[in-house]
Design a protein around this ligand. Structure first.
Ligand code: IVH
Length: 666
């Protein structure tokens, strides 16, 4: 029986590796998503039933886990250097001539796209991915292996044959444009800070402490450089072709060029064509193909002499600045936006551009009527990068950052060390008030079926001024407004009523305390259990909670120190909203785990990790974060952290399954 299951596990792993490759590297899936998910589920079930067959490179590792382990710093075996940049064809010619002269031979060049992401170095041993390290300072980087394993186009196990027993392969981790746009839309809706470009988004994602979150972000990767003692080919291009045959994603654009003209043709072709690619590129990389020649050319302190980058010009357009408007968000932050004469840029019409903050406006010495250069550096909103001062005929008014809120007239403030200006009139500034209500009703908070337009209408008609007013609405009153019928009015009231069942952590998130996002709200609820504890907690206590630093702690204390917020919370309490976590979750139910130190690791079929943590406490046990000789046992789920597993095995700490645990506390 046991060996049957082992065979099945191995067979499923192999199949899933192949399907992953077909889908994410070749873009040619051979089975449906449903079939894939079924196989993955079957494998997950078998692996949790038979933890003895654990494999740190199983396809199930792709889903990640929410265990934060921090990143170890690891020294690079070969330093990760950068490339020297060129911006013109003449500089490329110089590189070519210099190279030929240095080695006194003809050289063959390879042209590649310069992918604009975050670089990574992968180490494979006997065909298995064993380590993934970021560039860091070039000498040492962060070990982000758990996160990299969630990237479907990176093979966990190599296929084919002829790969060296040990080698490194380097490449770029990328967030495709589409994923980037979706992610930023989601962040905008949550009033979270937007990523400026896919490169920042990719590197930010790679550094997340929660690999299941990384898995959701759908990163991609191209590999472009193999290193090791016994590489298969004599040329860079041959090695890349081999790497391709082992399952790596190698760019189809990569091309051997026999003359400088071919290099220029490559540059010109891709300068246009790159706009149709799914990922960002910012230039091309030109490399000497022969590895022997590469070795003879060697390195300068910073970069190889056998390669250079040619950077594409960022696309710019020139247009007139008509006016600057200032927008106020939910948190009171004021953003300056330039209104422009419409102009075409990278396939879209641009009418507005971001001006970021007061220092940027000042730095540009901007005047109304100026001809300005706009650039799309990967940002969603283009930015103004300069002024054509020659084109200034008449000097318009100098653009000054406003002193008073454009919505309510309150004097703006600028917190020291922060770039943004804020309107402090939290209780009276309409966009802030409306924004807070929109946030409160949103799906991830109270999930009340009122969109932006409804909130706007109810606010403008004076029906609601704050989130508590929602609970005094009557359906009969809604009928007096435009667009409302009995059915829609009753539905809204019912949805407001239903929100009283929303769990405490989401109510807390809905309050819109600055810097308290979903995760922080969850942590607070789980640690402090109810709002009374939160109202009286000290700064020192707050910062002992995981993920809560000085900035968040101060913001929470400020929120509850404000009398208007206290009144608001009291009103919400009186309407029956949930201000404590489910009692059942905290009441002690037995002494069965008294004195036991328990580590919970991985993901589970029946309960979430947070629920299991509560159960441990309910039965007298203590949750601890890391495995030590004092750990009594590990409640091990799917995708348990490999370092925890290794440590457990070394120290002889027992692993138990979710079912064992449930029986134990029954
Ligand atoms: S080769 C010794 N090839 O550009 C340098 N780099 O400025 C080996 N990059 O850190 C790098 N696409 O992150 C190489 N096709 C490509 C590349 C590429 C993007 C990045 C890489 C590197 C940076 C150098």
């Amino acid at each position: 029986m046991n060996s049957d299951s082992k065979n099945r596990i191995e067979c499923l792993r192999e199949q899933l590796h192949t399907h992953n490759y077909n889908y994410y590297v070749l873009n040619q899936p051979t089975i449906s998503d449903i079939e894939f998910d079924q196989k993955l589920k079957e494998l997950q079930d078998l692996e949790s039933q038979y933890p003895e067959f654990f494999d740190s490179n199983s396809p199930t590792m792709r889903v990640g886990s929410d265990i934060s382990e921090g990143f170890k710093q690891v020294a690079h075996k070969y330093p990760m250097l950068s490339l020297s940049n060129t911006y013109s064809e003449s500089e490329v010619t110089e590189f070519y001539e210099r190279t030929k002269k240095l080695i006194n031979e003809d050289v063959e060049l390879v042209c590649e796209l310069k992918y604009d992401g975050t670089s990574i170095s992968l180490t494979y041993e006997n065909g298995n991915l064993i380590q993934a390290i970021t560039r860091g300072d070039g000498e040492k980087g962060d070990d982000v292996t758990v996160n990299v394993k969630t990237i479907r186009s990176i093979p966990l196990k190599l296929s084919g044959s002829g790969y060296p027993a040990l080698f490194e392969i380097r490449g770029e981790i990328l967030m495709p444009w589409q994923v980037f746009d979706d992610l930023n839309k989601e962040r905008e809706a949550q009033e979270e800070q937007l990523f400026a470009n896919p490169r920042n988004a990719a590197s930010g994602t790679l550094k997340l402490q929660n690999s299941s979150e990384v898995a959701k972000r759908k990163l991609d990767a191209y590999l472009y450089y193999m290193l090791g003692e016994s590489l298969p080919g004599k040329t860079h291009f041959e090695n890349l072709q081999k790497a391709k045959s082992w399952g790596f994603k190698i760019s189809e654009a990569t091309k051997v060029c026999k003359s400088l003209q071919e290099v220029f043709d490559f540059i010109n072709y891709w300068d246009k064509e790159r706009k149709n690619l799914a990922v960002a590129t910012d230039g091309i990389v030109i490399k000497v193909n022969s590895l022997l020649q590469q070795m003879n050319l060697g390195y300068t302190a910073k970069s190889p002499r056998w390669a250079i980058a040619y950077k594409f010009q960022a696309e710019q357009a020139c247009t007139r600045l008509n006016s600057v408007s200032f927008q106020v968000g939910r948190t009171g932050a004021v953003t300056p936006v330039a209104n422009l004469d419409p102009v075409q840029l990278s396939g879209t019409t641009v009418k507005r551009a971001s001006l970021h903050n007061a220092s940027i406006i000042e730095g540009l010495d901007l005047h109304i009527g100026d001809m300005v250069f706009v650039e799309k550096g990967g940002e969603i909103i283009p930015k103004i990068v300069g002024i054509d001062k020659q084109a200034r005929l008449l000097l318009g008014d100098k653009v000054k950052f406003i002193k008073k809120c454009p919505e309510c007239g309150t004097e703006l403030i600028r917190v020291e060390g922060e770039a943004a200006h804020y309107c402090p009139n939290e209780e009276g500034c309409p966009p802030q008030l409306k924004g807070k209500i929109e946030h409160f009703v949103s799906r991830k908070a109270m999930n009340i079926t009122a969109g932006v337009e409804t909130v706007e209408q109810l606010f403008d008609k004076g029906y609601i001024r704050n989130i508590a007013d929602l609970y005094t609405l009557r359906w009969e009153d809604l009928l007096l407004l435009e667009r409302w019928g009995e059915k829609s009015a009753k539905n809204l009231i019912q949805s407001i009523e239903n929100s009283k069942l929303v769990p405490f952590e989401r109510v807390l998130f809905g309050l819109g305390i600055r810097y308290v996002g979903e995760t922080v709200a969850k942590k607070l609820a789980l640690t402090l259990h109810n709002i009374e504890a939160l109202e009286t907690v000290s700064f020192e206590e707050l910062i002992t909670i995981e993920e809560i630093g000085d900035r968040i702690a101060r913001s929470i204390l400020d929120f509850f120190a404000n009398q208007n917020n206290q009144k608001l919370v009291n009103r919400l309490k009186s309407y029956g909203l949930n201000f404590q976590i489910d009692e059942q979750k905290v009441v002690k139910s037995s002494n069965k785990l008294d004195g036991k130190s328990i580590v919970i690791s991985g993901t589970f079929a029946k309960y979430s990790r947070d629920e299991l943590k509560i159960m441990v406490e309910q039965h007298g046990g203590k949750n601890v974060a890391s495995v030590s000789a004092k750990t009594d046992f590990i409640l091990a789920g799917e995708n348990m952290g490999p370092s925890k597993l290794e440590k457990a095995q070394k120290l002889g700490v027992k692993l138990i399954t979710e079912n064992d645990f449930l029986m134990m506390i029954e």
